[in-house]
Design a protein around this ligand. Structure first.
Ligand SMILES: [Zn+2]
Length: 170
């Protein structure tokens, strides 16, 4: 038997956007970023992790982040999004899914994220217990236009591939 046929595969897409406000914390992929402004959010407003969570929930057909962690629930106020990602990782693992790879894009006009990309990769891949090389992070600006370009918002997109070993039907 060709080994690839012993697995089923799923892909999932996630996105997130938060408004930026002067004086707020900016946390991306669990990494504290030194910046004059940060996300307006019920949680820590980590767009990178929120996009990854939605991609994982999408691939597994488990809905979206708002269903699992409603922002009306005081339990999630100011919560470290890494904790939410751990919960989601345990959930998909309980259904035997394993992550093949994740590709993440963060859109921010400022600050320049290039110096943080490695840290963000390490942080998310370690939370998920996955290979660092399979967790890619790209950073783009808003080209000075739109809500990202005017530094009014920060946005992220993530795509994930999951696989699960097929149960033998013999
Ligand atoms: Zn969010």
């Amino acid at each position: 038997m060709i080994s690839g046929l012993e697995y089923e595969y799923r892909s999932g897409l996630g996105s997130d956007l938060h408004r930026l406000k002067e004086g707020n914390r900016l946390v991306l992929g669990g990494v504290e970023i030194d910046h004059y402004a940060g996300a307006v959010a019920h949680s820590d407003g980590d767009v990178a992790i929120h996009a990854v969570i939605d991609s994982l929930l999408g691939a597994t057909g488990l809905g979206d982040i708002g269903e699992l962690f409603p922002d009306s629930d005081p339990a999630f106020k100011g919560i470290d999004s890494g904790e939410l990602l751990k919960i989601v990782n345990d959930l998909i693992a309980s259904k035997r899914w394993e992550i093949v790879n994740i590709d993440l894009i963060i859109h921010a006009q400022m600050p320049k994220l290039a110096p943080y990309k490695g840290q963000i990769r390490r942080s998310i891949s370690s939370i998920l217990g996955m290979d660092f090389l399979a967790m890619n992070v790209k950073a783009k600006t808003g080209e000075g236009i739109g809500v990202v370009g005017r530094e009014e918002a920060i946005e992220a997109f993530a795509i994930v591939m999951l696989r699960r070993r097929l149960k033998r039907t013999l």
